[in-house]
Design a protein around this ligand. Structure first.
Ligand code: NAD
Ligand code: ZN
Length: 387
């Protein structure tokens, strides 16, 4: 006779982390960092390891010294574990595990414990790598993110994921690891070249189209201003996107993406494929712009999105100088199949065998589709190319 006994284990865990919006984080009187580090009211100085994206150090040459004097000015709160570490930023840092392993070694050599802090200031690629190392060392040391690109402040930096590209798969390895805190310091965004800004605008169109009609129309009306560097508009973009992300993660019931629906991946099945096909010559943000427009054309063809809204989106993206068509999108493999469609297969695999692709359902709402009509998607690609 087969018998079995079982214990139904149940673990409920709550995560809390502040996301602070500020300027000049290392100005002597700025309370953002000390407030986050001491938020658990532990009565002891905290050991910190500070890491910078090389792009940030190039754009702000005195930044390491500013961080050091800030830490020195708060001896009752902070102890430096070692001198700041500068890591080359950009997508290259995410290629494979090499950089993650090197950072793990640095963290272990600095004798960080789970109660110590890693503070990482940089773009989303850099934060993905620092975040992954911080999640692995001793199974997790505390991470404070200081995102320094528009995309990172509006999107990746306030989320709960990290990862690296591995074995030819975009974000093939990674973990879910909520940060200890996030500081969105707008002053870092002043050095961003226009191309970096427009990548943040691409992710803003993505989230607005499926979550917030008012914000979508605001983006369309302000796209040119945003691309031209209007700071009031840029601040609003970062703030609203971050809010929408945080709301989604807190209230979707699926913060660690166990289910199939991935609204925040709208437009990403093709974007990830496009990035990989171009060997990452095409940036994530630019690929997202093309992916979002492609899936919006498909939605319009299916009757889910009004033509007028599609045209507003296309005009808004154009005003923001977003590229929305790339030759790679139309490449065919030896069998004559569009190579881009491999992205749907990757996505299906990633979701455990059953596809669930997000589309807008009118502006501001989502619909999940379990299958894609490849004939219509091919026609959508042609329309995209013809624009
Ligand atoms: N973990 C997530 O949830 C998540 C979400 C969305 C995107 N991502 C990932 O984010 C990556 C893209 O990140 P990104 O758009 O932030 O670009 P990025 O991190 O690749 O940075 C782009 C360039 O900007 C430089 N840089 C950073 N801050 C700067 C500043 N203030 N001034 C001047 N230069 C600066 C960097 O050194 C780099 O050369 C992709 O790999 C994507 O997969 C992750
Ligand atoms: Zn994205």
């Amino acid at each position: 006779m087969n018998t079995a006994t079982r214990i139904d284990q149940r673990i409920g865990v709550e995560f809390n982390f502040p996301v602070v919006f500020t300027d000049n984080i290392f100005a002597p009187e700025n309370p953002a960092l000390p407030d986050i580090v001491t938020r658990l009211r532990e009565e002891r100085p905290h050991r910190l390891l500070v890491m910078f994206d090389s792009g940030v150090v190039e754009a702000f040459p005195g930044i390491c010294e500013a961080a050091l004097s800030f830490i020195d000015a708060h001896p009752e709160k902070f102890v430096l574990a070692r001198t700041p570490v500068v890591v080359t930023g950009g997508e290259q840092v995410k290629s494979g595990m090499e950089r993650v392993e090197a950072l793990c070694e640095t963290m272990l050599e600095a004798r960080l414990s789970r109660h110590c802090f890693v503070i990482g200031a940089g773009g989303a690629a850099f934060l993905d790598v620092v975040g992954m190392a911080a999640a692995l060392v001793h199974r997790g040391v505390r991470l404070i993110r200081i995102p320094t690109t528009a995309l990172a402040q509006a999107d990746a930096g306030v989320g709960v994921k990290n990862g690296v590209n591995f074995a030819g798969v975009k974000n093939g390895l990674g973990t879910f690891a909520p940060p200890f805190g996030v500081v969105n310091d707008f002053s870092f965004l002043r050095s961003l070249p226009a191309a970096r800004w427009r990548e943040g605008i691409a992710e803003a169109f993505k989230v607005a189209l499926i979550k917030d009609a008012r914000f979508f129309h605001w983006l369309c009306d302000n796209a040119a201003k945003l691309a031209a560097g209007d700071e009031t508009a840029q601040r609003h973009l970062v703030r609203r996107c971050a809010e929408l992300h945080l709301e989604h993660i807190a209230s979707s019931g699926d913060p660690f993406e166990m289910g199939r629906a991935r609204p925040l991946d709208f437009g990403h099945w093709s974007a990830h494929k496009l990035e990989t096909m171009s060997q990452f010559r095409i940036s994530h943000g630019d690929a997202v712009a093309a992916g979002v427009l492609l899936d919006s054309i498909y939605a319009q063809m299916q009757g889910w999105l009004a033509n007028e809204d599609l045209e507003r989106l296309a005009a808004g993206m154009k005003a923001a100088h977003l590229p929305t068509n790339f030759p790679e999108m139309h490449e065919r493999d030896a069998a004559g199949k569009l190579a881009l469609f491999g992205g749907l297969e990757d996505f299906r695999e990633h979701l455990g065998g059953e596809l669930s692709v997000t589309f807008p359902n009118d502006v501001g709402q989502v619909r999940q589709e379990n299958s894609i009509d490849l004939g219509t998607m091919t026609a959508a690609l042609k329309k995209l190319e013809a624009r």
